[in-house]
Ligand binder design. Structure first.
Ligand code: ZN
Ligand code: ZN
Ligand code: ZN
Length: 361
């Protein structure tokens, strides 16, 4: 008798059977032939054919042989509030649910959609929950996303935690997690660590790319200064043209002219340990590596460098060549449209080694 009291009278939303995904208007359905039993004891009459067509799991349960063929099939859907089950059944019939339902029962519906394999509902819930993520609920939602195998939601949660870790650390959810799920805590900390180094790698790559661009511009200026002359510096047989208007790469060109001026007059020179002279030396060497003019090139030391490169097969040639290649291609590749290719870890070292760590003329 006590058991019978637990069974609440059937209270179904009156429009439950009127909503059909295939039909815009109300549709006549046969008598319900199964009942869905909720944790609160609510029995929802339903149609096995419809349940089976939407959820393969429910189909399995319906097809399972019964002990008493005469008895009506009862499918228990337990562990979530009654009203969440009602919304779930409504969705199975109509493929619809309201914003309010999602707000109230989103986590339950996500769990149900996962357990009963209803991908449409899962998608709906996941999208909705991404919108409703907050610092306070993000840890709980992450756990759910992991349990329910919802990768999009999982990633969104991870990113939010990583970006607001200081605040998340103070939430009840985080404290609970620390005591009850150290593996997930570790997973989160690992994710944060990786995303931090991912950011660093991207930043470093951008910096390097802009350095290659600057070097490539410096190469253009060097040639332009040594053949046409610009502002105050030019080849001995060409009068620097002062009335030609401002140089198109003014700041690079200006800096390079100052450097050339210094290089010509410095008493310490490269071997005396002058850093500016060393930089100029490297730029001239870089030019020689790029230059494809034979004897006609006007850039100082171009021929000497080329000669030396042919004579000595130096060990660091591979690294130097890599740098040269990067500088040559930097102009063609804008850093934005750069394809995600595997970065050459050698490069950082290459540039440091050749004194281009921070390129300032
Ligand atoms: Zn110029
Ligand atoms: Zn110097
Ligand atoms: Zn040259």
């Amino acid at each position: 008798m006590a058991k019978a009291q637990m069974v609440r009278p059937v209270t179904l939303p009156h429009d439950l059977y009127c909503l059909s995904p295939t039909n815009s208007g109300p549709r006549e359905l046969p008598e319900p032939d199964v009942q869905i039993l909720t944790s609160g004891g609510l029995r929802i009459p339903a149609h096995s054919s419809i349940l089976a067509s939407v959820s393969p799991i429910l189909e399995n349960i319906i097809d399972r042989p019964r002990k008493h063929t005469s008895s009506e099939k009862v499918i228990p859907v337990l562990g979530v509030p009654c009203d969440a089950v009602v919304v779930f059944v409504q969705f199975l019939y109509s493929s619809r649910c309201t914003e309010e339902d999602l707000e109230k029962y989103g986590i339950h519906l996500l769990a149900l959609s996962h357990v009963y394999l209803v991908p449409h509902l899962k998608q709906r819930c996941t999208k909705d929950m991404v919108q409703r993520l907050t610092i306070d609920n993000v840890v709980d939602v992450l756990q759910l996303a992991r349990l329910c195998d919802a990768p999009d939601l999982y990633l969104k949660c991870m990113k939010m935690i990583a970006n607001h870790f200081k605040a998340v650390e103070n939430t009840e959810g985080w404290k609970f997690l620390q005591h009850h799920d150290p593996w997930l805590e570790l997973e989160i900390l690992q994710f944060m660590d990786e995303s931090e180094s991912r950011k660093k790698r991207t930043r470093k790559h951008r910096e390097e790319q802009s350095l290659y661009l600057q070097l490539s511009e410096a190469m253009e200026c060097l040639e332009h200064i040594c053949t046409e002359g610009c502002t105050s510096v030019g080849p001995y047989d060409v009068e620097p043209t002062k009335n030609k208007g401002p140089c198109s790469k003014f700041s690079t060109c200006q800096g390079l002219q100052l450097l050339i001026g210094h290089f010509a007059t410095c008493k310490k020179r490269v071997n005396g340990g002058c850093l500016r002279c060393k930089r100029m030396w490297q730029l001239l060497r870089l030019h020689a590596s790029i230059c494809d003019q034979s004897d006609s090139c006007r850039v100082p030391l171009c021929r000497q460098f080329k000669l030396r490169m042919m004579q000595e097969k130096r060990k660091d040639d591979a690294r130097w060549k890599l740098l040269v290649r990067k500088v040559v291609s930097a102009k063609a590749i804008s850093s934005l449209s750069l394809p995600k290719r595997k970065r050459d870890e050698e490069l950082g070292g290459t540039m440091r080694e050749h004194g281009f760590r921070s390129f300032k003329l």
